[in-house]
Design a binder for this molecule. Sequence first.
Ligand code: GLU
Length: 322
Amino acid sequence: MHNINQAPSAQSPKSSIPSPWGVGAGRFAPSPSGDLHFGNLRTAVLAWASARSSGRAFYMRVEDVDTQRSSHESACRQLEDLAQLGLDWDGDVLYQSTRFEAYEQALAQLPHYECYCSRKDIVHAASAPHSIPGQYPGTCRDLDEDERRRRRHALAQHNRVPALRLRADVEHWRIHDLYAGFVDGEVDDMILRRGGQDPDWAYNLAVVVDDAFQGIDQVVRGDDLLSSAPRQGYLAHLLGVEAPAFVHVPLVINTQGRRLAKRDGAVTFRDMEAQGGRGSVFPCIAASLGINARTPEELVEKFHVQSIPREPYVWRNRFPKP
Ligand code: GLU
């Protein structure tokens, strides 16, 4: 990947392990909060085919840092579905819930501060004139130690701890995406660890730490995450690891133009296989990519990451014809 930001600190990834193939790795990283649907499965196939067709290793990572929404049962069903679909992966599945020590170590390397704001405080501050929509306005960034002690104490009365935010020293960061080109995105004092009674690690931190740890150099995922990539690129820079090559792929949408969801009908792997018969889902995914293939092996022979459709794929609420 071209890095046209200021030169990253000249360190090699401290915690990264080389892929067994020595040629980098791709990954699929689902959040286990329900069954995967046609859109998720299509992204998984794209990630798998992009890695395999370029001779990379392919890893599976369960992103279960959000303890409220994740369940082990859901992770097992997702992995079962992916295997049934015909995808294979190298080594053991990495569960983010086993990685808290690594996140702690990364946190220690990042400039950060405590944030005592509630969701309501942030919404209120963000509605002030001149505030940038969706950005943390920096309310807690410059509090003095006395004020911090007071606020920390107030939270502790409710058995809560403050959130931890990055002290960002840039407002933008540039990443490169295979389809979108160079993308300059906003960077703010993003959350690194949530506050509350049982604080969860933040997605952005966990992703960057784990991609480096697994030696991931190609990230293929839904383009709803393109706007997170500059933040992740910046975190990677601060941690002294190289950002991966990003490939943000178009999502599957329904006929109203909204992102496909389970309420759009029989869209999970299990529903679709029940309707169309065993082995029927893979050819449909391939067809949605404009490729005639019945199996992953057939697909990978015909697959070129540069030639996949760039428009969202519209799900027409019926089993697509291969
Ligand atoms: N866990 C995220 C999801 O399921 C994907 C994160 C990523 O690929 O970076 O949407």
